[in-house]
Design a protein around this ligand. Structure first.
Ligand code: ASP
Ligand code: MG
Length: 327
């Protein structure tokens, strides 16, 4: 099999005209005698709108069910996948749409931030062998009980890489509305340069530090599976950028990036470096509340922690409760 995995992001699938264009790109690839597997995101701002709707309908209740929210958010990608498959079929092209679950993506039950634990490709392969173009919903899988799970915002990249790895694909192409990977966010630094290629490790560092072009977990998985990623523009022919194993010595600086919407929390007390009890409580709270710690520094008198601004109040409340009130 000559499998090509193509992933199209939210802005690439935002309306009918864009989906028409993508149909043509897919058909062109299929006509080159390739087996095409397509992963799609939700159209435009759909996911944001669904989140806002869930918040509105629950009056912003902080105890909203993450399982139900995943169920709701997964419908965004389902709409794109079914529309694209319907369009291809209406042009006489054999296509089928599958959810992440139907495509065999098995995850743990960490709703909203699920990890892939296996990809069972039998269903997918039988469609590919039957010569179908297979369209798969990005961003989601299924836990062992059959519940729909999602991977977290921007998670469709991860679906594409996981499928490319499991199917041993020839190519994994990630399409968006920019030409590829730049030395800085081109919306912030207009003079940023398009990078022809970048190593997995540097890309991973940059993605984790705020570069929005690829999801950091997708880069990590690509490195694990040694899957080369091509980041390309949906709307114009460009060579794009490749993320791959680096085999040459190169001492140039490649990226400058920044992370938005983060807050620094400072915990002050004597002898912090040796306060094992406090340190273990801090990490336990971060774990229990699903708070990602982006950076941490210790000194004799303080522990400084950088987290998402959205989670910073909750983190402070829990820290205060555990480290001060309960004393
Ligand atoms: N639709 C999801 C999001 O907007 C996943 C993705 O686009 O990759 O976060
Ligand atoms: Mg999206």
């Amino acid at each position: 099999m000559n499998i090509i995995v193509q992933k199209y992001g939210g802005s690439s699938v935002a309306d009918k005209e864009k989906l028409e264009l993508i149909c043509n790109k897919i058909i062109k690839e299929k006509n080159k005698n390739n087996d095409v597997v397509v992963v799609v995101s939700a159209q435009g701002k759909t996911t944001n709108n669904l989140i806002a709707k869930a918040e509105d309908y629950t009056n912003n209740n902080e105890f909203i069910s993450k399982k139900d929210l995943d169920f709701l958010l997964s419908t965004g990608e389902m709409q794109t996948a079914s529309l694209l498959s319907l369009m291809l079929n209406s042009k006489g092209v054999k296509a089928v749409c599958l959810t992440g679950a139907q495509a065999g993506i098995i995850t743990d039950s960490n709703f909203g931030n699920a990890k892939i634990i296996d990809v069972v490709t039998s269903n997918l392969i039988s469609y590919i062998e039957d010569n179908y173009i297979v369209i798969i919903t990005g961003f989601q899988g299924m836990d062992k009980l059959g519940n729909i799970t999602t991977f977290g915002r921007g998670g469709s990249d991860l679906s594409a890489v996981a499928l490319a790895g499991a199917l041993n694909a020839k190519k994994c192409e990630i399409y968006s509305d920019i030409d590829g990977i730049y030395s800085a966010d081109p919306k912030v630094i207009p003079n940023s340069k398009l990078l022809k290629e970048i190593s997995f490790d540097e890309m991973l560092e940059a993605s984790s530090a705020g570069a929005k072009v690829l999801h950091n977990r997708s880069v990590n998985l690509a490195k694990e599976c040694n899957i080369e990623i091509s980041a390309k523009n949906t709307f114009r022919n460009s060579k794009g950028s490749k993320v791959r194993k680096n085999i040459k010595e190169d001492f140039n600086i490649h990226f400058i990036t920044k992370k938005d919407d983060i807050s620094k929390i400072c915990i002050v007390g004597p002898m912090m470096l040796s306060n094992r009890e406090a340190i273990s409580k801090i990490f336990k709270i971060a774990h229990d509340e699903n708070i990602e710690v982006y950076m941490i520094s210790f000194s004799e008198l303080a522990i400084n922690i950088i987290v998402d601004t959205k989670k910073s109040k909750l983190f402070m409340e829990k820290l205060h409760e555990e480290l001060i009130e309960k004393k």
